[in-house]
Design a protein around this ligand. Structure first.
Ligand SMILES: NC(=O)C1=CN([C@@H]2O[C@H](COP(=O)(O)OP(=O)(O)OC[C@H]3O[C@@H](n4cnc5c(N)ncnc54)[C@H](OP(=O)(O)O)[C@@H]3O)[C@@H](O)[C@H]2O)C=CC1
Ligand SMILES: Cc1cn([C@H]2C[C@H](O)[C@@H](COP(=O)(O)OP(=O)(O)O[C@H]3O[C@@H](C)C(=O)[C@@H](O)[C@H]3O)O2)c(=O)[nH]c1=O
Length: 287
């Protein structure tokens, strides 16, 4: 199959291009080849030869989205809608990536694909608009959350670096979700494509217990104790309200239920703690 992938300089796009190029022909579409903020650039897709377009590209910095809502709207909402319409018109498929931040996060527990989105930030609202447009054309949407992997540093890498440098580790303890490991996401996406990339919405994050950023930090320190004998002080719990750098509102409870994807793939999505340990092993070995 010929796959076109946006956002290949990003965490998810890079992971998808690396994994999917093992079985498919991949056309990488970084910003320099396709500018999601420019409708004319997006229209060029009409003449590109591909079977399936994957769109992990997006404006992912929540504060930047609040500061420049027009840009966020263009990149996260208008561009995917335009791409989905091009795909429908020309008989190609689209697989778009969205977020757990489409939920308001008020109720504890896991959100299913049937739960209505109710975003509380510019980022969430623009992503929600984009996914709705893609779904309306018969496209596929994968909602992911708290993504980490070797392609680009994320929150777990920040914790690891601080711990190894002997610095105090602190993390938000009153905000809950489930992480998604890019290597697993690559496998799930590959399997989804093999199954014909069925239309509709799928939640895609690792399994295991719902956690907080603090819970992830605790797991990383436990790993360092077990594997390296490091006895570090317990991470300091923070409140979301204390994060002065977080100017955009962030939803508190957005863990996603993944039964729909699991039943399509025919297997459970592995526990995030196993995925995190695999990631930490590879980070430590590469230091
Ligand atoms: N990271 C996470 O924890 C989560 C991510 N998601 C969603 O998953 C998707 C992938 O996220 P992730 O890979 O982590 O994000 P990154 O921020 O790592 O990557 C975003 C990608 O989008 C590209 N991009 C941004 N603006 C434009 C533009 N105007 N034109 C073309 N390309 C552009 C970036 O290019 P450049 O390098 O040039 O800026 C980059 O390649 C996103 O849609 C995001 O909403 C959902 C939940 C959690
Ligand atoms: C959690 C946390 C983050 N940070 C820093 C790390 C990082 O530079 C910045 C923002 O953190 P995060 O990116 O992890 O948090 P956030 O911007 O909320 O991440 C989100 O990204 C978007 C794309 C999504 O869709 C969400 O699912 C989520 O993964 O804050 C801390 O300093 N301490 C902390 O306890």
């Amino acid at each position: 199959m010929r796959l076109a992938i946006t956002g290949t300089t990003g965490r998810v796009g890079r992971a998808l291009a690396d994994r999917l190029s093992r079985d498919h022909e991949v056309i990488e579409l970084p910003r320099t080849r396709l500018d999601l903020a420019d409708p004319a650039s997006v229209e060029q897709l009409e003449d590109l030869d591909f079977d399936l377009l994957l769109n992990p590209g997006g404006l992912t910095n929540l504060e930047q989205c609040e500061d420049d809502p027009d840009l966020a709207w263009q990149v996260n909402a208008e561009a995917p809608i335009r791409m989905a319409e091009i795909c429908r018109r020309t008989g190609r498929k689209i697989l778009h990536f969205s977020t757990d931040y489409v939920f308001d996060g008020i109720e504890p527990g896991r959100r299913s694909e049937e739960d209505p989105p109710s975003p509380i930030s510019v980022y969430g609202r623009t992503k929600e608009k984009g996914e709705r447009g893609v779904l309306a054309t018969g496209g596929t949407v994968l909602r992911v959350s708290w993504v980490f992997g070797p392609e680009k540093a994320a929150f777990p890498d920040l914790v690891l670096a601080r711990a190894l440098a002997g610095e105090e580790v602190s993390a938000v303890a009153d905000k809950f979700s489930l992480p998604a490991y890019t290597r697993d996401l690559g496998e799930w996406t590959s399997a989804l494509i093999t199954k014909g990339c069925p239309s509709g919405l799928f939640h895609a994050c690792n399994g295991g217990p719902v956690t907080s950023w603090h819970g992830i930090a605790v797991e990383i320190l436990a790993y360092l104790k077990e594997t390296r004998g490091m006895n570090l002080p317990a991470p300091k719990p923070l409140l979301l309200a204390e994060m002065s750098a977080f100017r955009a509102p962030r939803p508190r409870h957005t863990a996603m239920a993944t039964e729909r994807l699991e039943s399509l793939l025919g297997e459970p999505l592995r526990d995030w703690r196993l995925a995190l340990r695999e990631h930490l092993d590879s980070r430590i070995l590469s230091r």
